[in-house]
Design a protein around this ligand. Structure first.
Ligand SMILES: Cc1ncc(COP(=O)(O)O)c(C=O)c1O
Length: 380
């Protein structure tokens, strides 16, 4: 009898079931039937007619796919326009668009850390940055969360290239990195600073220009930012922003740029339209932040435990993984879609409801969402 080569999966599935950590897919209907506090559509642009119209026109004009890698046939005029406008909007010399934000992070980390380099990485960083560190040939040192002094001590005495890596807004609790302090530490140590601004673009900085703009660091020589086009810009894709020589280096050496099919034209066209909307309507970013603060204020006034949001991401602490799953299901049954974060997606092992604020939420939406979350909260 031949042995099932995947029989070990049963044991790991059983362990997952016992720990309350099973994940399931739930296809959503085309017409939203729930009030959405689970997506990353912070500015409500994913279904904006100018964005969807631009995406459809781009597909009709350029094709459903980009047809090849960026260096072969996968670069259209749309990609070039998007890169130029994204760089100008965020205040960087140049930008390079990738198929996902994940790929942009893998590219930035691996291409900017040669063998012999030192990576210093915040313990709360996103999985895509962590995977970039794992793929890099450099040595990685993980330092405590939001601790510029730990970055300083780790960089101190290192001879050779070094890169400090941090999320701008951390995706679990929505807290912001101490960017100015980190930039000062890096400048002093002669290290580069890589900031993943996935949750900052469109939300923080003047008119949503991002966290670097908010910190007065846009275009700083040692700074490279990555962004995603899949959150505030309501599309798909990612980008790296930085000095022109850094971007040229990525074109020539980043494996997720060279060996991956270019971003689909529809996604590039949609992101470009969203970027133009954001530029023309700067109030969207401020409104999204106001909604986040209101959600936090209402939930904590009712006794729920949630850190003050620095952008649009909020987490509400749950007693454990099973309770978090039940709480999210109860919210869903009452018409509210919320995220549910459990280990291993949370570095500290604490399960949470994960909420995102959207600029297009009305006062009625905010009240209704908070009412349901508070009413369904686990007791005790
Ligand atoms: C902080 C952070 N970085 C990177 C990514 C990856 O971006 P994308 O979804 O575009 O691959 C995400 C998305 O989930 C994120 O939250």
């Amino acid at each position: 009898m031949t042995r099932d080569p995947f029989d070990w999966i049963d044991a790991s599935a059983e362990a997952r079931r016992r720990a309350g950590l099973v994940r399931t897919l739930r296809p959503r209907p085309a017409e939203p039937d729930l009030l959405d506090l689970a997506s990353n559509d912070y500015l409500g642009l994913a279904r904006h007619p100018e964005v969807t119209g631009a995406a459809a026109r781009a597909a009709q004009r350029w094709g459903a796919g980009s047809t090849g890698s960026r260096l072969v046939t996968g670069t259209t005029e749309l990609h070039a326009e998007l890169e130029a406008e994204l760089a100008a909007f965020c205040g960087f010399e140049a930008a390079l668009v990738f198929a996902t934000g994940y790929a942009a992070n893998l590219a930035a980390v691996t291409a900017l850390t040669p063998s012999g380099a030192l990576i210093v990485s915040d313990a709360g960083n996103h999985a895509s940055l962590i995977d970039g560190c794992r793929l890099s040939r450099a040595e990685t040192s993980v330092v405590p969360h939001r601790d510029p002094d730990a970055f300083r001590k780790t960089l101190d005495g290192h001879d050779g290239p070094a890169l400090a890596i941090t999320d701008s807004v951390f995706s679990v609790d929505g807290d912001a990195a101490p960017l100015r302090e980190l930039a000062a530490v890096c400048q002093e140590a002669g290290a580069g600073l890589l900031v993943d601004d996935a949750h900052g673009l469109g939300v923080l900085g003047d008119g949503g220009r991002g966290t670097a703009a908010e910190a007065g660091l846009s275009g700083a020589p040692g700074l490279v930012c990555t962004v995603t086009l899949s959150k505030s810009l309501g599309s798909q894709g990612g980008a790296v922003l930085g000095p022109a020589p850094v971007i040229e280096h990525l074109v020539n050496s980043a494996r997720t740029f060279i060996f991956d099919t270019g971003l689909a034209p529809a996604a590039a066209g949609g992101a470009l339209a969203a970027l133009r909307l954001l530029r023309g309507e700067p109030g969207r970013a401020a409104r999204a932040r106001t909604v986040a603060r209101e959600l936090h204020q209402r939930l904590t006034s009712a006794g729920l435990e949630s850190a003050a949001p620095d952008a649009c991401v909020l987490s509400v602490r749950a007693p454990g993984p099973q309770a978090a799953v039940q709480w999210a299901a109860d919210c869903r049954a009452a018409g509210i879609a919320v995220g549910c974060f459990r280990p291993p997606s949370v570095p500290d092992g604490i399960s949470r409801l994960r909420l995102s604020a959207r600029a297009d939420m009305t006062e009625g939406d905010i009240a209704e969402a908070c009412d349901v979350i508070i009413r369904t909260a686990p007791r005790g």
